[in-house]
Design a protein around this ligand. Structure first.
Ligand SMILES: Nc1ncnc2c1ncn2[C@@H]1O[C@H](COP(=O)(O)OP(=O)(O)O)[C@@H](O)[C@H]1O
Ligand SMILES: [Mg+2]
Length: 157
C-alpha cells in the first residue's frame, strides 16, 4: 500500500493529468466527506490540479480559484465537490461562517487550497498534496493521512 508519493510535474498537462488520476480513483464509499489539501506557493499548480480533477468528473465550464468567495461547489452525478481557496481567510474562525458542516457528507469531496489558513478547523486530510517549484520545475509530494487516503493513493497509480 502506498502512503506517500513524490511526483515531478514538468508541465501543466502533467498537473492536469494527476488531477484526473486522483479523480479516477476516488474511494467509492466513506462515512464522511473526503478531504484533499493542496499546499504550496502561489502559482505552484493547486488550482490546475483541481481543474484536472473536475474535468475528469465531467465539469465542462471554467474552473477558477474561488479566491473571493472562498468556496465553489460542483454538483455532479454521483458526487458533490467543494473547492475551497482559503488564501484570503483572515482568521481561522472565519471558516465557521462558511457553513462547511453542511458539506460534511459521505458523497462530498473537499479540495482545499491554503488549508494552513484554517489552522485545525478542517477535517483530517485523506490526502495532503504539497506542491513545490524548484530549479527543476514543478513537483508535488502526496501523503495519505487516513486509511482511506492510502487506498485512494494506491488506486491512483
Ligand atoms: N506542472 C506545471 N508546470 C508548469 N506550469 C504549471 C504547472 N502546473 C501549473 N502550471 C501553471 O502555473 C500557473 C499557476 O497555476 P495555478 O494552478 O493557478 O497555481 P495555484 O493555484 O497554486 O496558485 C498556471 O498558469 C498554470 O498553467
Ligand atoms: Mg489557486
Amino acid at each position: 500500500m502506498t502512503a506517500q508519493r513524490a511526483i515531478s510535474l514538468p508541465c501543466e498537462d502533467d498537473t492536469l493529468a494527476l488531477g484526473a488520476q486522483l479523480a479516477g480513483a476516488v474511494p467509492a464509499t466513506s462515512n464522511h466527506a473526503l478531504c484533499v489539501t493542496l499546499s504550496g506557493e502561489l502559482g505552484a499548480g493547486k488550482t490546475t490540479l483541481v481543474r484536472g480533477f473536475l474535468r475528469a468528473l465531467g465539469v465542462e465550464g471554467s474552473v477558477r480559484s474561488p479566491s473571493y468567495a472562498l468556496l465553489e461547489t460542483y454538483e455532479l452525478a454521483a458526487r458533490r465537490v467543494l473547492h475551497l481557496d482559503l488564501y484570503r481567510l483572515r482568521d481561522p474562525e472565519e471558516v465557521t461562517a462558511l457553513g462547511l458542516r453542511d458539506y460534511d457528507q459521505p458523497d462530498a469531496i473537499w479540495l482545499v487550497e491554503w488549508p494552513e489558513r484554517a489552522a485545525d478547523r478542517l477535517p483530517l486530510a485523506d490526502l495532503a498534496l504539497r506542491f513545490e517549484v524548484g530549479d527543476e520545475g514543478h513537483s508535488v509530494r502526496i501523503e495519505a493521512g487516513t486509511p482511506l487516503g492510502v487506498l485512494w493513493l494506491s488506486g491512483s497509480f
